[in-house]
Design a protein around this ligand. Structure first.
Ligand code: ADP
Length: 179
């Protein structure tokens, strides 16, 4: 993981990471990611579910990047949520953006530390037990991949209560033509 993350991050920083965009079903990607994470959630007794709009929608984006974005955010959410907690992945289309928001009922992030996240190799000390397990590159990749698509990345958190990480990705002109 560490080597892959470092490789991806350095490619992005060198401007050598190219996006291979195609029309993607957001439902399908969300479900795939939940499938991949379900075992980890089960093991830590965390409920993992998706809230998807009744009308499925598509985004014109890089499949691997969108999966990487979602997997990194969801695996953090599961990792930093104690037993009996829950993680919800919400996807919707709003103002020509695909909005992906992952909320957890976990340990949260101190207000004065949130700004540090999204930069490479930042890991916080407060997250008892979970530190040291990751690479400190997950959120940096999430942010970089979102921004490469022209999207945004935001973290909201209340320490001791939970965190919501929200990424937006422009739906893209191909989607506009299809609509
Ligand atoms: P790591 O591989 O260490 O998880 P990330 O870049 O993904 O690296 O995350 C950086 C740090 O941000 C984590 O070490 C943790 O301190 C904090 N963090 C990320 N997501 C969450 C979350 N959902 N709840 C609490 N803390 C989080």
């Amino acid at each position: 993981d560490l080597i892959n993350d470092i490789r991806d991050m350095s490619k992005i920083e060198a401007g050598k990471h190219e996006l291979d965009k195609e029309l993607l079903s957001v439902d399908e990607i969300v479900r795939e990611c939940l499938d991949l994470m379900s075992e980890q959630a089960l093991q830590s007794n965390v409920t993992l579910k998706a809230e998807l709009p009744s009308a499925p929608f598509s985004v014109y984006a890089d499949r691997r990047a969108i999966k990487q974005i979602l997997l990194n955010i969801v695996s953090n959410a599961v990792k930093f949520t104690p037993v009996n907690g829950s993680v919800v992945v919400r996807a919707r289309a709003k103002e020509r953006q695909c909005v992906l928001a992952v909320s957890d009922t976990g340990v949260g992030i101190p207000a004065d530390q949130i700004y540090r996240l999204g930069n490479p190799f930042v890991q916080l000390r407060n997250n008892a037990g979970a530190t040291g397990k990751g690479t400190g590159l997950g959120l940096a990749l999430v942010r970089a991949l979102s921004e490469m698509h022209g999207g945004t990345f935001k973290i909201e958190s209340v320490e001791g209560h939970g965190t919501t990480v929200t990424v937006t990705i422009p739906l893209g002109s191909k989607v506009a033509m299809a609509a």
